[in-house]
Design a protein around this ligand. Structure first.
Ligand code: FAD
Length: 433
């Protein structure tokens, strides 16, 4: 045994990596997170006292508990279970839900918390978002009183974790065509089918699953418990973004769900829209948070790193890039904030939410790509955040409706014409009517 391990060691190329402080002493890595300096137009003034104090609390916990470990867990593509109690202390799970042990935050407060989490680590914000704004909110908006009592208090404390399963291998953007089936049997339902990409699913205690009712042909929702016979979840490997998030493939073979775990309020695909409206606002705030973190790291880096006898911050080209990033962030704040206000006043439409998500994710793409340039070689190292943020933004650009699909939702609203199906198919459908 000893011989074998000695041989393997001898075959290794190179030695363990130098500590970054030795390898690159000129600049501080993101494990020691920089101060927040992106609030140039004093957006804080638009927040209530409670929202400001929540922002401060979330920022402190993320910088202290998550920043030092995130590059390592991202690299390993593992979930840091030991920080869940710290995230639970933030009391943000459940977001806007009132009662049942949930925090009942304003949507702006919930959005700010999402951004502050994403500023330090986008995977952590996705973990909370899927758990809270998708799974918990579906139970809160579409569940019975008994289901809310049974599931929400423990989910709010993060004693249990939830996932939300809509996407299937054959139906991504075209999710309403999903083919997982739910067949009525005595005392419950039997689910058969397959889901893909489901965040948190490899360890979730509570799985919210959408399936097509074989009698009505409509989409219904079900709460499936971890370990149910016939349920199999496997991890999707080799992702290049949100590597800390555990995305899974779910296989269901005759999974029995008792009647009391069928979500009473999901009777068609349209019923998922009230959940997606809120969660899209939250997703719109993830790119804002990511852009803030990237700006903060770049701002510090440009002052620390010297070339040609001067800090990188002294070069005009670098200054222009930094200012372009800052300008995008100010505009993103204001769009995100206005979205929250429209929601609070009951005026937000699906098109508003979709435009917000599509636009912030496209603007953040510009921010992270400028940030990556500014960091030079260190712009491809997760240790300096920017490379990680650059990769993490890509799945966000595509999930909860891709940039294109969200643009088409807004376009349908402003033109009155839906263009999701190719014109040729739409014509065929019309000629059959
Ligand atoms: C990291 C990650 C986490 C996720 N988490 C979850 C989760 O927790 N739960 C869940 O249910 N799902 C989840 N998803 C799935 C996600 O919502 C889908 O990936 C997304 O809806 C896009 O579907 P798709 O990947 O199949 O792309 P496709 O639908 O195959 O689209 C491919 C491309 O074609 C374009 N396109 C498709 N249709 C049209 C059209 N009509 N007009 C114009 N362009 C079009 C798209 O914009 C895109 O550019 C996750 C995905 C990722 C990557």
């Amino acid at each position: 045994m000893a011989d074998a391990s000695a041989r393997i060691n001898a075959q290794k190329i190179g030695l363990p990596a130098l500590d970054l402080s030795v390898a690159f002493p000129q600049a501080t890595p993101a494990s020691l997170f920089p101060p927040s300096v992106s609030d140039y137009y004093q957006f804080d003034d638009l927040l209530s006292v409670e929202e400001r104090s929540l922002r401060k609390k979330v920022r402190e916990v993320m910088e202290r508990e998550v920043a030092p470990i995130m590059a390592e867990y991202w690299e390993k593509a593992e979930f840091p279970f030991h920080i869940v109690p710290k995230l639970a202390e933030l009391a943000v799970a459940g977001g806007t839900i009132k009662g049942f042990g949930c925090p009942g935050l304003s949507i702006t407060g919930s959005a700010i918390a999402t951004a502050e989490i994403a500023r330090v680590d986008a995977s952590c914000s996705t973990f909370i978002l899927v758990h809270s704004s998708l799974a918990m909110l579906t139970i809160a908006l579409c569940g019975s009183e008994a289901q809310k009592q049974k599931y929400l208090p423990s989910l709010a404390k993060l004693n249990t974790v939830a996932c939300w399963a809509l996407t299937e291998p054959d139906y991504g953007s075209d999710a309403s065509s999903l083919k997982t089936t739910a067949r009525k049997v005595s005392g419950g339902w039997v689910l058969n089918g397959q889901k893909r990409w489901i965040g948190n699913s490899t360890f979730a205690d509570v799985l919210v699953i959408f399936a097509r009712n074989t009698s009505t042909n409509q989409i219904n929702g079900f709460i499936v418990n971890k370990g149910s016979p016939g349920l199999k979840v496997t991890k999707i490997e080799n992702k290049i973004g949100l590597r800390i998030v555990q995305n899974g493939d779910i296989l269901m073979q005759d999974v029995f769900v008792p009647d009391e775990d069928k979500l009473v309020g999901v009777n068609s695909f349209q019923d998922t829209n009230k959940v997606l409206a809120v969660s899209r606002v939250m997703v719109a705030w993830q790119p804002i948070g990511i852009a803030m973190g990237v700006f903060d790291v770049c701002h510090r880096y440009l002052k620390e790193r010297k070339q040609f006898g001067a800090p990188l911050a002294a070069f005009q080209l670098n200054q222009e890039k930094l200012v372009r990033m800052l300008g995008n962030i100010q505009a993103m704040f204001l769009v995100g904030w206005r979205l929250c206000k429209l929601y609070e006043s009951g005026k937000m439409t699906p098109g508003h939410a979709s435009l917000g998500k599509a636009w912030t994710s496209s603007k953040a793409r510009e921010v992270v790509s400028l940030g990556r340039e500014l960091m030079g070689g260190n712009g491809i190292l997760a240790d300096f955040l920017v490379a990680k943020a650059f990769c993490d933004l890509e799945p966000i650009f595509s999930y909860e409706g891709t940039y294109d699909i969200n643009s088409l939702v807004t376009a349908r609203e402003i033109t009155g014409v839906a263009s999701f199906k190719p014109a040729i198919l739409a014509k065929l459908t019309q000629s059959r009517l």
